[in-house]
Design a protein around this ligand. Sequence first.
Ligand SMILES: Cc1cc2nc3c(=O)[nH]c(=O)nc-3n(C[C@H](O)[C@H](O)[C@H](O)COP(=O)(O)OP(=O)(O)OC[C@H]3O[C@@H](n4cnc5c(N)ncnc54)[C@H](O)[C@@H]3O)c2cc1C
Ligand SMILES: NC(=O)c1ccc[n+]([C@@H]2O[C@H](COP(=O)([O-])OP(=O)(O)OC[C@H]3O[C@@H](n4cnc5c(N)ncnc54)[C@H](O)[C@@H]3O)[C@@H](O)[C@H]2O)c1
Length: 483
Amino acid sequence: MKIINTDVAILGAGTAGLGAYRAAKAHTDKVILIENGPYGTTCARVGCMPSKLLIAAAEKVHQIQAASPFGIQVEVPPVVHGKAVMKRVREERDRFAGFVVDTVEDFPEQDKIRGKARFINNHQLQVDDHTLINAKRVVIATGSRPSYPGFFNNVSDRLIVNDDLFDWQDLPESVAVFGPGVIGLELGQALHRLGVKVKVFGIGGALGPLTDPEVAAYSKAKLAEEFYLDTDAKVLSMKKVGDKAQLNFINLEGEEVVEQFDYLLAATGRRPNTDNLGLENTDLVLDERGVPLADEKTMQCGTSNIFIAGDASNMLPLLHEAADQGKIAGDNAGRLHRAKPGLRRTPISVVFSDPQIAMVGASYRQLEQEYGSCQCFAVGEVSFEDQGRSRVMLKNKGMLRVYAQQGTGLFLGAEMFGPAAEHIAHLLSWAVQNKMTVAQMLDMPFYHPVIEEGVRTALRDLNAKLHLGPEIISHCIECGPGA
Ligand SMILES: Cc1cc2nc3c(=O)[nH]c(=O)nc-3n(C[C@H](O)[C@H](O)[C@H](O)COP(=O)(O)OP(=O)(O)OC[C@H]3O[C@@H](n4cnc5c(N)ncnc54)[C@H](O)[C@@H]3O)c2cc1C
Ligand SMILES: NC(=O)c1ccc[n+]([C@@H]2O[C@H](COP(=O)([O-])OP(=O)(O)OC[C@H]3O[C@@H](n4cnc5c(N)ncnc54)[C@H](O)[C@@H]3O)[C@@H](O)[C@H]2O)c1
């Protein structure tokens, strides 16, 4: 067994691990990066990037199909060449992942170890059966993996997760998507638009990350106009029959049906990779999911020498959060002195469905828990159905609800399903992070005609509910037609 003594050992060369490596190296040269799987990161290989590539192809065909209301008739129906779609997805994915692999390959050889790391104690790690590492400090950046109920295995090799989908050579005819969360909505809608027969099955009525009941109900109804979506499905059984996954379920009309699909895509959530790490050999305190409790500002686990970052921390499993957490954890692991709090930004998340879903700052559920009993927060709202620019572009499906504190007018957060949500989410999260009041936000410029005028309408409505501004005027002419 090879023995290595190091200042910092990092488990996982994903986004969080790479951020931690760079930050730790600013303090010490003795940093070891351990990776069990392929280099390239989840985001580039099987996550953010290939999913957005598939969605981009789906958006193209959808735009062509949606041209006729503008007076543009596409004479020949568009043909989706599944092999060409998947070829572009794979090639561009490989290009993105290739950049990451090149970066890691440029790291000094002595800094990298391949294999699965396990704790022997707080300061000792074993990598496979070939290396023993004595580390002063450790960063856990082991990511997450898909998790699904055991009975999904009844469909045997017809069961796939997102990783498998992006390696397809061609598009299948049909897919049953389980889980209308972020992954299920993005991939399910994209496959549907690319001509795959898709049915999306959920549990308990949940949809994406939404917690505002108004936005959730609206978006559910709008998405269900486009593809089969049952957010509270009753699936009686599933099994493999021939080369298909066969489901027996109660459909939306209440009838019991048997239907076969080429694949069952499990998108029922992800679990942090903190099991099988030998954490029981450390003195870390774990939560009920087996994740070490950590300070969200320093990423330190208790007062130990161990830090955690990225999806493994189970805090906010998003790319920019993994990068931020990795940087903070690596910086603190690399320095010899007390851990310093790092920058944690205002929460922002976007689902790349169409219309998109966005969450900013505090969610409705969090505000209900914090302020609900005293009715200390107000809600403003806008529908994009009559919003000028949205109608012009026929992107007029949507609802934005914005939240602020009664008394101070402090802007707290928003939930949205609608046009340009990825951009509006940025505006609003910058306002939350800058601790702006609704009145200050309304003092900012709004151009005409833009989708952001809808945000102004929601903020005016909110200001009126805060008793800080006049009641909202419908069809306000000085705002510009349709604002
Ligand atoms: C389909 C999909 C789409 C997504 N889209 C978006 C998006 O649009 N926007 C967004 O913000 N986020 C998105 N995400 C989430 C985002 O990809 C993750 O939050 C982010 O990649 C997590 O980075 P990480 O460094 O924590 O984990 P990873 O990149 O997974 O890195 C963890 C690494 O640790 C290694 N490892 C695990 N155990 C061990 C061990 N014992 N020893 C050594 N190495 C180990 C793994 O092999 C892996 O390489 C998406 C995720 C998925 C699955
Ligand atoms: N655009 C993005 O930023 C993006 C995209 C993809 C993934 N991600 C990240 O990845 C994480 C994981 O995504 P995810 O979609 O796997 O998880 P998720 O938690 O968003 O959704 C899981 C869904 O599966 C449902 N579900 C659970 N058990 C079920 C069952 N037995 N049958 C049917 N439905 C069931 C849940 O009710 C939920 O709606 C997200 O939370 C997000 O942080 C982000």
